[in-house]
Design a protein around this ligand. Structure first.
Ligand SMILES: Nc1ncnc2c1ncn2[C@@H]1O[C@H](COP(=O)(O)OP(=O)(O)OP(=O)(O)O)[C@@H](O)[C@H]1O
Ligand SMILES: [Mg+2]
Length: 316
């Protein structure tokens, strides 16, 4: 089977630092694959190698069966990489930018105009189409960038953090645009800081940490890999989240951690009944609690469990 994106043992070092240490990927045509991982994990470096911008030190990668090193020009014709709005001309309107790009991709004047109008509409930019791009908000710019990216009708699109810094409304609109792309058969590899975004959008997810893919699967498979439930405790005024973590460890042997900027304490528990015992303990120690919840694990919990397990591996 020919995969849209295929990598085997991809490696890249910067001086002595091994940024990517043997990444394997096999992404089918029409799949939406999300690459997740902490800052510095090697996501962007991997994308740079897959998009021929950076030469791998080792391993191989193919896009639609073409080698990223020996057939780089062919690969480039088949892909689009967003996040480079340097390509957009700030002084021109959205519509002018798109007609210009269309012209560069070989469309006639007439076709270019029709295509620009159509793209503005499908990215909900019709009203903004007549305004200079320099005046666009971050969300509008990303949508225009995506529209420009699909003009070349790429088989594979790479979106490196397409929604970072966008407000919820703009994120939703961008998701819709990405969903439409995938529906039309484009293969998409994206990275995101927002795990719940990957949960909603991705067919499959790969977790990358310290330059290696450490877990992968559908969002459902990944969440099912954590057995039990997630216990979330929001301490009230005067209660230190760190003290709650210590209590859960000493009284119940639970491995708790702080989340949401240290505002809440989370712990994975195997049995719901344990939650009652925890409440009792907090009550006995007069710990003030604002909120207390038992829920199904989220991708954030999976991510935490994976990186925590890896931390232990490295330490031992
Ligand atoms: N051009 C470069 N020169 C030196 N080191 C680099 C270079 N590019 C990346 N690195 C290093 O390689 C590692 C991986 O970086 P990369 O940008 O791929 O991470 P990332 O997963 O995309 O992180 P983020 O979530 O912050 O975008 C980091 O330690 C980074 O400092
Ligand atoms: Mg990055």
């Amino acid at each position: 089977m020919t995969y849209a994106i295929e990598a085997q043992g991809l490696r890249k070092s910067f001086r002595t630092h091994e940024a990517v240490r043997g990444v394997d990927l096999a992404i089918r045509q029409g799949e939406l694959f999300a690459l997740l991982g902490p800052n510095g994990a090697g996501k962007t470096t991997t994308i740079h190698m897959l998009t021929t911008m950076l030469r791998p030190d080792g391993g191989t990668a193919r896009i639609c069966g073409r080698d990223v090193v020996t057939e780089a020009a062919d690969v480039r014709r088949r892909i689009s990489v967003t996040g480079q709005y340097a390509a957009l001309d700030e002084s021109l309107t959205g519509w002018q930018n798109l007609t210009l790009f269309a012209g560069l991709h070989g469309y006639t004047r007439r076709e270019s105009r029709a295509l620009a109008t159509e793209l503005l509409e499908s990215f909900r930019l019709t009203d903004a189409g007549g305004r200079a791009v320099g005046m666009y908000s971050g969300g509008m710019r990303r949508r225009l960038d995506l529209a420009a990216g699909i003009l070349s009708q790429p088989e594979v699109m790479f979106l490196d953090e397409p929604t970072t810094g966008l407000d919820p409304q703009s994120r939703q609109e961008l998701w819709e645009a990405v969903r439409r792309l995938v529906k039309n058969g484009t293969t998409v590899l994206l990275t995101t800081q927002y795990l719940e975004e990957a949960d909603q959008l991705a067919d499959r997810i790969g977790f990358i940490d310290q330059g290696k893919v450490i877990a992968g699967g559908t969002p459902e498979q990944l969440k099912a890999s954590i057995r039990g439930k997630t216990l979330t405790i929001r301490p009230g005024e005067g209660t230190d989240p760190a003290d709650i973590c210590k209590l859960l460890a000493s009284e119940h042997g639970l491995e708790a951690h702080k989340d949401e900027d240290g505002q809440v304490v989370k712990a994975a528990i195997q049995e719901a009944a344990l939650a009652y015992a925890v409440i009792g303990t907090l009550f006995d120690h007069a710990a003030a609690i604002d909120d207390f919840a038992l829920s199904e694990p989220t991708l954030d919990d999976v991510f935490f469990a994976l990186t925590a397990a890896r931390g232990k591996e490295v330490a031992s």
